[in-house]
Structure formats: C-alpha cells, structure tokens
Design a binder for this molecule. Structure first.
Ligand code: GDP
Length: 424
C-alpha cells in the first residue's frame, strides 16, 4: 500500500510533521524529487530537527528511508545529515539510495549562485542549492548518475563533456574560474566511496516491497504551486512536486499510489518570488509570521523570512485537484487563535471579473483577492484531541475551508509535535 504526502500550497505546509507521524505505521519512506533546497522541521522525542535530504521517517528504527531516482542527490550533504542525526542520539537509520539517482555536483551550486547574481533584481529567489542547474543538466543528458560513479571510463568521458560545455559559460558569460577535469574526477571518486554502502536498485526493491504488502510513504517536497508544469511558472522549482511524479521519482507503478494525503496550511506562506494573491504586509504580516509554524515562519534552509498571507481557497482547491488529493491534512490551525476575525480568499478578480479558477501566471499577476471574513475563536486549541472539543468558530473555519476546496479534511494539526493531531 503506497501513500503520498504532498503539499497543496507553496511548500512549508507541514508535510514533515505529517510524514514523521505516519511513518510510525510505515515500513518505507521515500523522497522522490527535489533536493536539499527545502527543509522539513520535525519535533520528536530526540529533539528538533531540520531535515533537507533525508525523508522524515528516519527517526524510527523500524523504517527504511529511501532516496529515489528523482532526487537531486548532494552526496556530502546526505552523509553529513546522517552523521548529525547519529551525533544527536538517533539510531543509525537504514538508508537506500537509488543507483539511478543523479548527483548534484559542486559546480551546480556555483552556477546557481552565478546565475542569481547575473539576474540580480530579476532573480527567481533560488536557495542557491544548485537545483535548477542540476535538473537542467539531467534533461540535457550531461547529468551524472550514481551508477556511473562506479565505471572509471564512463565517468571520465562524462566529466570531459561537462567541462567542455561549462567552461565556455564560465569564461564568457560569468567570467569565473574554469572547472578542472582532474579535480572533478577526484571529487567523483570520493563521492563513490561515500555513497557505495547505500546504493541499490530502488525500483526493484520497491517492486518486492509492494508484493510483500509493505506500507510505503512517498514524501513530497514543496507544493503544487511550485510544480514546473502546473505551478506559477517560472517562479517554480525544477522538479515535479506532484504525487503523480512519485511513481517516476521512486520507480513504482502509478496505480499503486492509493492514497494522496495533501497537506494544506490554515494560512498562506511562501518563499521566493512570484505572484501571491492573498499576501499581507506590514504589522499584520509580521504578527502572523512571528506566531506562525513553530517559532516563526522563517525558511528551514535559508532562514529567510517567509512571505505571509491569508488562506487562499482558489489556489488551494487547484493545488488539491492537481495533486489528486484523496484526503487533506489541515495544519498550523492553532496559530490563528489570536485573531478576532479571519479573512479567507475565496475568489480572484482578474480584469474586472471574479473567478474561482486558478489562472496561468500571466493572469495571476493581475489577480486581486476577493475575501470573505470568518469569526475567530480567540483561544489556544493546542492539546485538544477530539474534533468536537474544538471551539465552534474553529470547526466552522475548518468546515468552510473543506467546502471551498472540495476534499475531505481527515486530519487537523493543532501543534508542531507528533501527537498534536486530531483525526476526524
Ligand atoms: P514542510 O516542508 O511541509 O515539512 O514544512 P516545514 O517543516 O518547512 O514547516 C512547517 C513548520 O510548521 C515547522 O516549523 C513545523 O514544526 C511547524 N508545524 C507543523 N504543523 C504544525 C501545527 O499544526 N502547528 C504549529 N504551530 N506548527 C506546526
């Protein structure tokens, strides 16, 4: 039985917390896309952790954590992340890395940084983790697959090809030091030795696991609106954030994904540039940012303050649809307990017309929010375990959102901890 845990919004919905929680009853947790450019914050009995590359199931000793072929694999980063868990008392996790995953090279990070600097004010707000250059190379067929590390001839030819192409850009576009093939070969040899203990044919492993009835979680990074095809292109990430891609990025049949748990945040937050219709500013935003998440809405990877906004029903309904949501986990609801009333964006006004359909980016840039205001509940809902025990206005907020997005909210998260969850 395969379940996907994915985001309906711009990321940072609290997927990590939901994954960590559901991992308790799972055997295998898989990262299938993205890289170390986003983080999941997890709070459990070992402490508070920001994971970037490892799936959020690594804290249990009964789980196997997998880096699928769809991930941008930063090898030293992965090794450090494993090391840092072990240093803090977490039992050494069982980790498998796909032999078909591709490797994020140091030059990807350089190119990301150089390009952001070149674009200056018109940049995409990249985290400079090398993700866009990595996926560009993958599809330009000059990426390096894990399996290639183990063949000296293949890797030498690949590096040669990379250097020929990259050095033209480095010299003439960026005016930066050139890549040295011998140095890169040495890096690849080091990477090979670091990753060797973890490498396996992940797709074959999962084929058997599915046949054996194992419980498998696919953990998405970022959310629907950052998907390169269906999101707010070009202010998107470089790999698909959708549950459907879980089949490709892990190497399993699409029909095996039976449940798509789509994580929806009770208000909006976003990092990086791009249209954000229900965005709020000034003191109103500062207060929500300060109270948001666990200890404020600041990027887990970059520490950047997140952009804040009210709940956007137009974007979220679309985000759920494009994920194929079968159920919704509604998170960080406790944060809204301070508000007298809560605006919810229920429509977009574009060129004088109100729509409930999420438009393409060109139109999105012109959209103005249409708000409905719901009464707040003015109390702290943390610690509540039963849905009926939530304040009436809080339940009304949940039920209003549920009706707007058209997907059943089966879980309500009312705190950052593993047990802060209300099942409906
Ligand atoms: P992810 O990338 O989707 O896993 O999300 P992040 O980890 O970046 O952001 C979610 C933040 O909200 C983290 O700091 C979590 O600890 C926190 N969080 C998750 N669920 C809840 C919740 O229900 N209430 C509160 N207050 N914080 C939560």
């Amino acid at each position: 039985m395969v379940r996907a845990i994915v985001g309906a919004n711009w990321g940072d919905e609290g997927k990590g917390k939901i994954t960590d929680m559901l991992a308790k009853e799972s055997d295998i947790i898989i990262r299938f896309q993205g890289g170390s450019n986003a983080g999941h914050t997890i709070i459990n009995n070992y402490g508070k952790f920001a994971l970037h590359l490892l799936p959020s199931g690594v804290f249990y000793d009964h789980t196997t954590s997998i880096i699928g072929n769809g991930v941008a694999l930063n090898i030293p980063y992965l090794i450090n992340e494993i090391q840092s868990l072990v240093e803090r008392g977490v039992p050494k996790p069982k980790i498998l890395v796909s032999d078909r995953a591709q490797i994020l090279m140091p030059y990807h990070v350089l190119f990301d940084t150089y390009e952001e600097a070149r674009l200056a004010g018109k940049s995409f707000g990249s985290t400079k983790s090398g993700i866009a250059p990595f996926y560009s190379d993958k599809y330009a067929k000059i990426g390096i697959q894990v399996s290639e590390l183990f063949d000296d001839q293949v890797i030498r030819e690949k590096i040669q090809r990379v250097c020929e192409q990259k050095n033209v850009l480095l010299e003439h576009l960026y005016h930066k030091p050139l890549l040295d093939a011998e140095e890169l070969l040495e890096t690849c040899r080091q990477y090979r030795d670091m990753i060797a203990p973890y490498v396996c044919d992940v797709s074959a492993y999962l084929h058997q696991a599915i046949a054996d009835g194992k419980r498998i979680l696919l953990e998405g990074q970022l959310g629907s609106l950052k998907d390169p095809d269906h999101g707010i292109y070009p202010m998107v990430t470089s790999s698909s954030t959708l549950a459907a891609y879980g089949a490709i990025g892990a190497g399993i049949p699409p029909y095996e994904i039976k449940d798509i748990i789509t994580v929806v945040k009770a208000y909006s937050s976003a990092v990086g540039a791009g249209a954000f219709v229900s965005e709020i500013f000034g003191d109103e935003a500062d207060e929500l940012r300060r109270r948001g998440g666990d200890g404020g809405e600041f990027g887990a990877t970059t520490g950047r303050p997140r952009r804040m906004g009210w709940f956007d029903a137009v974007a979220t309904r679309y985000g759920c649809r494009i994920q194929g949501a079968t159920e919704v986990a509604f998170t960080v609801l406790d944060v809204l307990g301070y508000l007298d009333e809560i605006p919810v964006c229920v429509g977009y006004e574009v060129d004088g017309q109100v729509t409930k359909d999420f438009p393409t980016t060109v139109k999105l840039e012109k959209a103005k929010p249409v708000y409905t205001t719901l009464p707040g509940w003015k109390s702290d809902i943390r610690g509540i375990k039963k849905y009926e025990d939530l304040p009436e206005n809080c339940r009304k907020y949940i039920e209003f959102v549920e009706k707007e997005i058209g997907v059943k909210i089966t879980m309500v998260s009312n705190g950052p901890g593993r047990d802060d969850i209300i099942f409906r």
